[in-house]
Design a protein around this ligand. Structure first.
Ligand SMILES: [Zn+2]
Length: 315
């Protein structure tokens, strides 16, 4: 058994969105590809637990958490224009958070070196007080706070390569110098934030880094700026732990995103992040699925990402 973990449970299929780009088929196809290619057998399967309300409240207000619970208990419905819930969405969202927290425990206890969390709903647009952009709870932001509070990790880097700016994560840590948020994304684009001059404030000044792209730069430019930022700016911050908001919608054929990236580029970006973690964070990397809506491409890109994590776990 390898030292790379994968978090997955069928509960993530119970978040029903109907005819929607963020649907359960994304995970179904990914799992079946990983099993068919036997990559699945090389990974340690982590069965997620359900996060507690206290854990979700590391980032979100209790009123907001209650409101999600109530809407789902009443049968589900829209939380914003494009964020839809079903009766089991609250439960699935708690297991998404719990899965990432389990991955944190596993890496801290050295049962695994790194982990990929194949979860939904995604998280990086979720704000402390509201859902947004298909996201209910900010999985990765909660993990960063959990690492600090439960495991006494001081400095956490969050690397967000989803094609959309993670406005929720940025806002949560904007005035916090202990969490470095780095994002590449299309701009101007949904959700409208992520300009290069958003660099943090107060204690957090300089620990937010946005590299926006118009979409016409070409993949080589995107990859080289990504590498430079990770290995220079994020490395200078010297994180003790690295989290990835792993969206796969910068893929050239993504139906709602696209930044010209190819399937194999996800291996390259994974290797770059693992090189950073090797330098400063005892190789500790946890990544969690955000976007990525090409049903044909997503399983292949996740496989590339996992190959990178596996290779780093054997070094
Ligand atoms: Zn996205």
């Amino acid at each position: 058994m390898g030292k790379t973990g994968i978090v997955y449970d069928d509960i993530y299929l119970a978040h029903e969105t109907g005819f929607h780009p963020e649907n359960r088929e994304r995970l179904r196809r990914t799992v079946s590809h990983l099993k068919a290619t036997k990559l699945w057998d090389k990974l340690s399967l982590l069965k997620p637990r359900k996060a507690t309300v206290e854990e979700v409240a590391l980032v979100h207000s209790r009123n907001y958490i209650k409101s999600v619970e109530r809407i789902c208990a009443q049968g589900g419905g829209h939380l914003d224009a494009d964020t839809v819930t079903s009766p089991s969405s609250y439960e699935a969202a708690l297991y998404a958070v719990g899965g990432i927290l389990d991955a944190c425990d596993s890496v801290i206890r050295q049962q695994t070196v790194n982990c990929f969390c194949l979860v939904r709903p995604p998280g990086h647009h979720a704000l402390p007080e509201r859902a947004m952009g298909f996201c209910l709870f900010n999985n990765v932001a909660i993990a960063a706070r959990y690492l600090q509070e439960k495991h006494s990790i001081k400095r956490v880097a969050i690397i967000d390569w989803d094609v959309h700016h993670g406005n929720g994560t940025e806002e949560i840590f904007y005035r916090d110098g202990s969490v470095f948020y780095f994002s590449i994304h299309r701009y101007p684009f949904y959700p409208g934030t992520g300009a290069a001059d958003e660099r943090g404030e107060g204690e957090g000044e300089g620990t937010t880094l946005n590299i926006p792209f118009s979409g016409w730069e070409g993949r080589e430019v995107v990859l080289s700026k990504f590498e430079q930022a990770v290995l220079k700016d994020v490395a200078e911050f010297a994180p003790d732990f690295v989290l990835i908001s792993a969206g796969f919608d910068a893929y050239e054929r993504d139906p709602i995103g696209g930044l010209g990236l190819l399937i194999e580029d996800y291996r390259k970006m994974t290797d770059i992040v693992c090189a950073l973690a090797q330098k400063t964070a005892k190789r500790r990397v946890i990544s969690a699925l955000e976007g990525g809506y090409s049903l044909e491409g997503l399983p292949l890109m996740v496989a590339q990402h996992l190959e990178g994590l596996l290779s780093a776990s054997f070094e």
